[in-house]
Design a protein around this ligand. Sequence first.
Ligand code: PMP
Length: 355
Amino acid sequence: MSKFFSKKYDALTPYTPGEQPRDMQYIKLNTNESPFPPPEAVVEAVKREAGACNLYSDPTCRALVEEVAKVYKVRPTQVLPTNGSDEILNFAFMAFCDRDTPATFADITYGFYEVFARLHGIPYRTIPLKEDFSIDYREYMGIHSTVFIANPNAPTGLALSRAQIEEILVSNPDNIVVVDEAYVDFGGESCVSLIDKYENLLVTQTFSKSRSLAGARLGLGFANEKLINDLNTLKYSTNPYNVNRMTMTAGVVALQNQSYFDEKCEEICKTREYTKEKLTKLGFFVLDSKTNFLFIRSDKIDGERLYNQLKSRGILVRHFNGERIREFNRVTVGTKAQMDAFLLAVTEILKENQA
Ligand code: PMP
């Protein structure tokens, strides 16, 4: 740390993104990206748009917002596109939390919530997941705090129902409930349709997972006009051109090619169930994922050892060192061929470790 770095960040531990090593070609099952490239129409449109990069992007993201409104059946004024959904989450911490309005989230959830809270000096409370790693939605009722819920949750993959989220919304009428739906397209129930019903609801989604655009960085916020205005105040106070031209175009054309992504999501869900079944046969405990990843544990090998041995065979998964989850690994669902390679490696590793 330099002597110039502000003291207010003394205690800040930044978010650790999943590793992106370049030392060899890995089968990358560690950051929940889609294994499928975006459709050709997206790639071509982005190439064309690159020629106009001498001009700033549209700060209102009009073309994108209108396309989103059509696909999601909301009004354009109820949508805010951002530079990945991390950015809208950051805006939400800035906009809807402060010293008197703390944040609440699960003890095991997306690690960035804690980082944002600390970055902005926001007091926060974590609520432990139940023994089975599910969220007890009743513990979030009437808590006088801004709620952040990843639904489905990460890294567990477990989801709450829309009805359970509604109970949280109804019981916290004076606080914002942020529902982070980064993985909702793989089997969760979205709450976007509830934004007219609950003035305290903000839903966030991303193009990084089900729409194959992690590297383009595109997220969306859905809420009533007043909340979107609040969030826009922060966007225009930080980075008005937060979505660049190529990304905006990629988003529009992706939305026009929804059937491509629906097909890919279906394929990923099928491969997820296939992988889950095989892992269960190998003796793994596998949580019931509604996402594009599996959270897995085996009594036969400890979590970190499995992670390291997979890595040495060119397969990257994600291991977290948290107290209750250190025996687990989070495995992104890739193509069927990638998962077969993963399963073969796991089988061999288990055999070697038994001998
Ligand atoms: N929410 C959750 C639960 C996530 O796992 C991620 C991905 N790391 C994000 C939000 C942010 O994704 P992005 O910024 O790529 O949209």
